[in-house]
Design a protein around this ligand. Structure first.
Ligand code: NAD
Length: 543
């Protein structure tokens, strides 16, 4: 019998291991990379706990070595999608009926498994499959995912413990239940932690889920699913469904039991999903909660009181870590004329010194390859256009090579206009575009920064002058959901900087916070009356 008033252990952020040469963690990681490289993992669908290997398969490749087939992923058909719905609906009742502590235990156990047993394998899979450096894999696939597991259970405890007040003679209570039906969780390629958090956050709150992983981050996602199984997640609570997104959506989106979409990816895909929900609105048994974190065009805005060295480091790290494929990556910079003479040579020199290659063979490299051919071609298009255009000049990088992997050199474009295409469109690659403004045009340029793109995800300002910091912070109030002062716009930490943006960057439901979990629950308010009321008349009715 569970009648304790449990409290979740206070979470702390998982420490980032440094992977120094000769360290134990580096040795274990190298062994895990060698093992996975040699293996060709077979990835199944998981429906109602059953591992299904289909005849139709898709190769999972290494972006930095595209001939190397790392794994083969089974592909779901429309029939599998229907089976996954049935499994999720069956599993929901007993999962939701468990004491919340029992659900929380599954994810605390998953955190423990990832911290120790699976850390090297998960990081190796993310390095091989998504071309992350050991540091980028560690902060994502290990630390951020462990943090999601540990902090979310703490936030869940807070949600359950918040209760209404009660006047005399009654007792008011709030019950919190997971949404009826099933949640459709759709993952992007670029963060293993986000991919696993998308299904697990709603599951923690008592929902059952169908998880469509991204075809270009399959191995990390599959290890995430294995960890959840080992942690004791009951069958059917999360159903793992790699496959053609159109086929899967054509079954899931019109289903009357769709309770929510939990999405991270591009704005275009999210808009498609939202429209489909609109088209099917009369079919549903409830209004689906649509939760999505989408694209960005993240800025760094410098004032002439900024420190040039700090600014340069933030631009390099913010724009080029993980090849600029973070939704938060700095991709446009506004630099005052008076700083540019000092900043430009420093930026260009640092950019040219960046090392790039197969991040799994040489762990000291700073950058790997971009995710796939589609992405390579898109980024190359922006570089070619800037090379040929009189409205822009490539001042560093600009080279690309897809003979072995999808490699794009970190590239800096100086644009003559603040609305040049690479200043306003999401590219999702290692390109930083700089617009140099006249120092006197600060106010006008701030307005341009706020209004020239449709996005509002992350942004950073650099200045020492306190009055200016205040002015910039106010004028860019709506331009970023995560705003940094004298820091790069990337690297949000669960429990410290809840993440998400507004405008075309998403519904700003802040993954890694209580706000996100609240989207997957419904409340029942219960009033119990203790008074005996036996006369319908009120005092004002007395003669
Ligand atoms: P994407 O939109 O191409 O794909 C995301 C997911 O949607 C994939 O799993 C894909 O298979 C799926 N998908 C595509 N069409 C679908 C359909 N018809 N039905 C169902 N699913 C469908 O995005 P991506 O290239 O994987 O990720 C990059 C994008 O994600 C960038 O725009 C980036 O800014 C964004 N992103 C945002 C955040 C954030 O927190 N705001 C975080 C990470 C990534």
């Amino acid at each position: 019998m569970t009648n304790a008033r449990s409290t979740i252990p206070d979470p702390v952020n998982e420490p980032v291991k440094p992977y120094r040469v000769g360290s134990l963690e580096r040795k274990q990681l190298e062994e895990a990379i060698a093992h996975l490289k040699a293996e060709k993992t077979q990835i199944p669908l998981v429906i109602n706990g059953e591992h299904i290997y289909t005849d139709s398969k898709e190769p999972v490749i290494c972006p930095h070595d595209h001939k190397h087939v790392l794994a083969e992923s089974s592909l779901a058909t429309k029939e599998h999608a229907q089976l996954a719905i049935d499994a999720a609906l069956n599993a929901r009742q007993s999962w939701a009926a468990l004491p919340w502590e029992a659900r929380a235990s599954v994810f605390l156990k998953a955190a423990e498994l990832l911290t120790h047993k699976y850390r090297s394998e998960m990081n190796a899979a993310t390095m091989l499959g998504q071309s992350k450096t050991c540091h980028q894999a560690e902060i994502d696939a290990a630390c951020e995912l462990i943090d999601f597991f540990r902090y979310n259970v703490k936030f869940a405890e807070q949600i359950y413990s918040e209760q209404p007040k009660s006047d005399a003679g009654m007792w008011n209570r709030t019950e919190v239940r997971g949404l009826e039906g099933f949640v459709y969780a759709i993952a992007p390629f670029n963060f293993t932690s986000i991919a696993v958090n998308l299904p697990t956050a709603p599951a923690l709150m008592g929902c059952s889920v169908i998880w469509k992983p991204s075809p270009t981050s399959m191995l990390g996602a599959w290890i995430g699913m294995k960890i959840l199984e080992e942690a004791g997640l009951p069958k059917g609570v999360i159903n793992f469904l790699p496959g053609d997104p159109q086929d899967i959506s054509s079954v899931l989106l019109p289903n009357e039991n769709l309770s929510s979409i939990h999405f991270t990816g591009s704005t275009a895909t999210f808009n498609y999903l939202w429209k489909e929900v609109g088209t099917n609105i009369d079919r549903y048994r409830q209004y689906p909660r649509i939760v999505g974190e989408t694209g960005g065009k993240d800025f760094v805005f410098a004032h002439n009181s900024a420190d040039v060295d700090e600014l340069s480091t933030a631009l390099i790290r913010g724009a080029f870590e993980y090849q600029g494929q973070k939704c938060s990556a700095a991709s446009r910079a506004y630099i005052p004329q008076s700083l540019w003479a000092k900043l430009k040579p420093k930026l260009v020199e640092t950019c040219q010194s960046i090392t790039m290659g197969d991040v799994t063979s040489d762990l000291s490299l700073f950058m790997g390859a971009v995710i796939d051919r589609r992405s390579f071609d898109k980024i190359k298009g922006y570089i070619d256009r800037a090379g040929a255009d009189s409205g822009a000049e490539i001042i560093a990088g600009g080279e690309y090579d897809d003979s072995k992997g999808f490699f794009i050199k970190p590239t800096i474009i100086e644009a003559k206009s603040a609305t040049y295409p690479s200043m306003v469109e999401e590219i999702f690659g290692p390109i930083l575009t700089v617009f140099v403004y006249a120092d006197d045009d600060l106010d006008e340029t701030l307005k341009m920064c706020d209004s020239s793109t449709k996005y509002a995800l992350t942004g950073a300002i650099f200045a020492k002058d306190r009055l200016v910091i205040d002015k910039m912070t106010k004028s860019l109030e709506n331009a970023a959901g995560n705003f940094y002062i004298n820091d790069k716009p990337t690297g949000a930490v669960v429990g410290q900087q809840p993440f998400g943006g507004a405008r075309a960057s998403g519904t700003n439901d802040k993954a890694g916070s209580k706000l996100n979990l609240l989207r997957f629950v419904s409340f029942r308010t219960v009033k119990e009356n203790f008074q005996s009321i036996t006369d319908y008349r009120y005092p004002f009715m007395d003669q």
